[in-house]
Design a protein around this ligand. Structure first.
Ligand code: B12
Ligand code: SF4
Length: 576
């Protein structure tokens, strides 16, 4: 097996999560990952493919996934046995700040001379703080790092045509004397056509390294192999709390407008993925962001594709658009983020549409034949108090009643808190008072320490003028319970599932109080002892708190995945 030049490591959010008592709360109920956030960034696959195209060997190791899969797996032992030219660690999502730094520390312990490279959105935001740490040698900033990583690796390998460190765009680095340099953020490609976004690198690498588990994106993926394609990097909208808004991209990545992928390439990505997977494919980004012409070209290019595709809308849509969408993708599923029933709250959050416009869009989507319509609501928004959250749940009940009347239900509402952190770089993080937020943690180190607390109430990095931290937590559990009841009453979930969810919510509610009590103890040895005793119960309440994660899955029928069959053979005898 070839020794890779670059090993990309994806950390768990909290390094020692397997041995600590942590009540995560519903921080990941509405995404495929568990609360450990084991999914690695899509960018790992584009960086890896780009480097391979230019003669380097790259391996992805999803450490979080491997740690989840087996208690016996020892990440330190694995890291000690590796010997690449450089290690890359994603600190893309802020909740990984604990795990990412710890992994870097372990690398330096065993390989003091091997460069450690950080990258991703949070690394970009906190590049100065990161580079000051002894574990970090390089930070590559920006939303498009394939080319800067290539130049850096060439430099590290000592290639003759490699630029000097000071000439590598987007690089924050330390020289031999420990002096810090911040190179200009000069690499920001205007489009997204220079990368391959179809996972073909992953398929090849799994076979080359005879190692499926290191590449698996999240726990349960083999049973529900959802993949995603990207329409762009960037966003034209400015939702106030989003670290990927137009505002945040401008501030952090110097990007003035999104880099779009040609619609024909996007269609090709989907068809390529369908060659090895029959799972649903999520098209990330509203297809209309680059204009209606973009959407029309995509529909033209994808016509005839019949696999399940999930599409998201960032604004209301008219009847004609949804009909066109259904003609091009007959098996489409739609996701809309309504955030709240209240126009006032939604407007304050930065969404451009009214409840009435959203309802018309939902009606057109169902009329056009969408297979499923997922509607998302959020807790922790500007102008939203406890009562408003409860009214949102009542409104979700109204949607279920009116849109699913007398038929197999297709509309599924979900509600979750904005947690654990307010995104650094978002407008609300940068100007909290202006939007009614109070931010508890500002630095990377403060966020990292917060993750050492035993419950999500203390991770939560903000509260608002309208709700305290306690109220955000309590409204989350209450809203979860009420929505669960509604889903049971209207047959969206089975009686059994509803009972399980209700049990977990009540359990989590009681555990959060018990943890609060333990934290009042003055003796740290007693605190540790009581927390350790709570661990089995806490672990049992940790997944699918406010809804069952599987509610998000489409019914796929029997999967027939050529790739998976071959890979499963490879895996026999491993510890998955
Ligand atoms: C798609 C998406 C997702 C997908 C993930 C798809 C995936 N596997 O990457 C899903 C829906 C699963 C998701 C989940 C979450 N997301 Co999200 N997501 C997005 C979204 C909408 C687009 C991201 C995107 O375009 N990526 C494409 C490009 C920009 O990134 P990339 O190609 O993956 O990586 C490039 C660079 O980032 C960099 N890079 C990344 N990693 C590394 C590592 C190294 C070593 C180097 C050198 C470079 C590098 O180089 C890459 C190649 O050029 C953004 C919002 C936005 N408009 O950006 C939010 C966003 C990134 N998500 C965010 C958050 C908070 C989350 C969650 C934590 C939310 C939650 N509580 O559940 C989870 C975490 C999931 C996990 N890890 O398990 C925040 C992050 C803010 C922050 N700084 O922490 C954002 C900005 C906005 C938001 N609130 O949704 N997300
Ligand atoms: S939450 Fe809003 S700003 Fe962020 S990616 Fe989605 S539409 Fe864009």
């Amino acid at each position: 097996m070839p020794n890779p030049d670059l090993i990309l490591l994806h950390p768990p959010n909290i390094y020692d999560f397997r041995f600590r008592t942590i009540l995560y709360g519903p921080i990941s109920d509405l995404i495929p990952s568990t609360p450990v956030f084991e999914m690695y960034p899509i960018g790992f696959t584009t960086i890896a493919e780009y480097l391979e195209r230019h003669g380097f060997k790259v391996k992805i190791i999803n450490l979080a996934m491997r740690m989840l899969a087996s208690e016996r797996f020892n990440p330190e032992k694995l890291i000690a046995s590796l010997n690449p030219l450089a290690f890359g660690i994603d600190l893309h999502w802020m909740p990984h700040c604990h795990g990412a730094i710890e992994i870097a520390r372990i690398i330096k312990k065993h390989h003091p001379q091997t460069p450690v490279i950080f990258g991703g959105f949070s690394s970009t935001y906190y590049h100065q703080e990161l580079i000051e740490r002894p574990e970090v040698d390089f930070v590559i900033r920006g939303d498009s790092t394939e080319e800067p990583v290539l130049l850096l690796l060439k430099r590290l390998r000592g290639d003759e045509d490699a630029p000097q460190f000071e000439a590598i765009p987007n690089l924050t680095w330390k020289d031999g004397k420990g002096e810090i340099h911040v190179n200009p953020l000069a690499w920001s490609p205007p489009d997204l056509n220079h990368v391959l976004l179809d996972y073909s690198y992953v398929v090849k690498a799994v076979f080359r390294y005879r190692d499926l588990i290191s590449f698996i994106p999240f726990k349960g993926w083999l049973g529900y192999p959802i993949t995603a394609v990207l329409t762009c990097r960037g966003c034209t909208y400015s939702c106030r709390t989003c670290g990927g808004s137009a505002y945040a991209f401008r501030k952090m990545h110097g990007r003035l407008k999104p880099a779009y992928r040609d619609p024909e390439l996007l269609a090709k990505d989907i068809r390529n993925i369908a060659r090895f997977s029959k799972g649903p494919i999520f098209i990330l980004g509203d297809l209309r962001q680059a204009g209606m012409d973009y959407a029309a070209r995509f529909f033209q290019a994808i016509r005839g594709y019949t696999g399940p595709v999930i599409v998201e809308l960032f604004d209301a849509a008219d009847r004609e658009f949804l009909r066109e969408l259904a003609r091009a993708l007959p098996n489409f599923v739609l996701e809309i983020s309504l955030e709240s029933h209240s126009d006032e709250v939604r407007r304050a959050f930065g969404r451009p549409y009214t409840t009435a416009q959203a309802e018309a869009t939902m009606e057109y989507a169902l009329e056009a034949g969408c297979k499923r319509l997922d509607v998302f609501f959020m807790i922790g928004l500007p102008h939203q108090d406890f009562q408003s959250v409860m009214e949102t749940v009542d409104y979700a009940g109204k949607l279920i009643r009116e849109f699913n009347r007398g038929k197999e239900p297709r509309l599924f509402p979900f509600i979750s808190p904005m947690a654990p952190f307010l995104d650094p770089g978002s407008e609300a993080f940068e100007n909290p008072e202006q939007f009614g937020y109070k931010v508890f943690y500002r630095s990377l180190e403060e966020h990292r320490r917060a993750l050492e607390m035993p419950s999500w109430k203390y991770f939560l990095s903000y509260e608002t003028v309208w709700m305290s931290r306690e109220e955000i937590v309590e409204s989350t559990y209450e809203a979860g319970l009420r929505l669960n009841e509604l889903k049971k009453a209207y047959g969206l979930i089975s009686q059994r599932k509803a009972e399980d969810v209700a049990y977990r919510i009540q359990k989590a509610r009681s555990l959060i109080r018990q943890i609060d009590e333990v934290l009042t103890m003055s003796r740290s040895d007693l605190r540790e002892k009581f927390l350790a005793a709570l661990k089995p119960q806490v672990d049992g309440a940790n997944t699918s708190t406010v809804c069952d994660k599987e509610e998000l899955n489409l019914r796929l029928g029997l999967l027939n995945l050529r790739f998976l069959k071959s890979a499963t053979i490879l895996l026999r005898g491993s510890e998955l």
